[in-house]
Design a protein around this ligand. Structure first.
Ligand code: SF4
Ligand code: SF4
Length: 369
């Protein structure tokens, strides 16, 4: 059993100092542009203290709380994939010199990241992306190296949004492992973090912090707070989804969704597991310099399905069907796991509020509207 220690909120910077001594680059939640987004952070003062978020289909708003809680919000538009699988990355650069072509830079190694505030559903998403990027015969070396070097400080959710459905997907809200440290924040009479180490590196860091063991009442309070976050409005039954997707290919529901869907690609960009990318080669007019870039792509983008002189998936209905049937159906065949972790981002950040948890039951009933 993992021992639980207590870190007082006023000493949270000790954790950042210990990570800095280990030369980690800390990234975590910050407030920017009216949202919680992941960015470089130096210490506890950079965290979104006293903020929470309200979320609904197509709606997101930050609000102030009447306490100093650092992690009392749910997931925002960013996910950790932007550090492991960056939105754009130069793969190589070539230069022509004296009639020969040489590669002028090696692949830059990723920083050694410490991810601060990773939620349980996000750990599930990392495990899925591990399979996608490193589970097959052709491993993505940048992803693999960044992931291997990363120190993960996870946080169990004590709040959930109306758009969350991790409970039904079995991915949250409690952090149970697959990280280095797991924190649970308690606010009230005392503002403290209950800390559990889940790796040798995490245990070494906890030993260095010299923390006191948690009291039984504190452990009960933490379990109760996380248990409350597990009571969620939305749910998706993962049982039988691949079969349902396979049976629904000709459903009239896709056309109904397409009447609302803007094919904006927001759902794929915010999704912590979507991984499609495009590769672009560019050269200068002299022909002496060329670069290859990889950029995020989306099954909603024009040209994504361009084959042999034509786009094979031009209709929005076909694009949405591709997204959902891959995410919940053929993904399982490819990676032996669903592509959805129930984070709810695609519901919140869809500008017209299309809701995966509402669409799946309608597909199951064969409803057009
Ligand atoms: S499909 Fe939606 S709810 Fe599922 S993991 Fe992606 S963004 Fe989250
Ligand atoms: S489902 Fe929503 S977020 Fe996704 S492409 Fe359509 S309109 Fe955009």
């Amino acid at each position: 059993m993992t021992a639980t220690s207590v870190l007082a909120a006023e000493h949270l910077d000790r954790l950042f100092q210990a990570l800095a001594r280990r030369e980690y680059t800390c990234v975590g939640p910050t407030v920017r542009d009216g949202a919680i987004v992941y960015d470089r952070i130096e210490g506890a003062a950079d965290l979104p203290r006293g903020f929470t978020d309200t979320q609904a289909p197509g709606e997101y708003r930050l609000e102030r709380r009447d306490d100093d809680a650092c992690f009392a919000y749910v997931v925002g538009p960013h996910s950790w994939k932007k550090y492991l699988f960056p939105p754009e990355r130069r793969l190589w650069r070539l230069r022509r010199s004296d009639g020969s072509i040489e590669r002028v830079d090696a692949d830059e190694p990723p920083p050694r990241y410490a991810f601060i505030g990773v939620r349980a559903c996000e750990i599930a998403a990392l495990l899925i992306q591990d399979r996608v990027f490193t589970g097959g015969p052709h491993s993505d070396t940048y992803y693999g190296r960044a992931r291997e070097d990363a120190f993960v400080v996870a946080v169990s959710c004590t709040e959930s949004a109306p758009t969350c459905f991790c409970s039904s997907m079995g991915t949250g809200p409690a952090v149970t492992g697959d990280c280095d440290l797991a924190l649970t924040e308690l606010v009230g009479e005392q503002h403290v973090f209950l800390v559990e180490a889940h790796s040798p590196a995490g245990r070494e860091l906890v030993d260095e912090l010299d923390l006191q063991p948690a009291a039984t009442e504190q452990e009960h309070a933490a379990r109760a707070a996380v248990g409350a976050a597990a009571q969620q409005e939305r749910a998706l039954d993962p049982e039988g989804l691949p079969e349902l997707m396979g049976k629904s290919l000709e459903s009239p529901r896709w056309d109904e969704i397409a009447e609302r869907c803007l094919a904006c690609a927001n759902c794929t960009l915010v999704c912590p597991t979507c991984f499609c990318s495009d590769v672009e080669d560019i050269s200068d007019l002299t022909g002496e310099h060329a670069e290859r870039w990889r950029r995020w792509d989306s099954c909603f983008n024009p040209g994504f399905s361009y084959l042999h002189g034509g786009d094979v998936r031009r209709a929005t209905a076909a694009k949405y069907r591709q997204w959902l049937t891959h995410k919940l159906g053929t993904w399982v065949e490819q990676f032996d796991t669903s592509g959805c972790v129930g984070c709810g981002r695609c519901i919140t950040w869809c500008p017209v509020g299309i809701d995966i948890t509402a669409e799946v039951p309608k597909l199951a009933k064969g409803e057009a509207s």
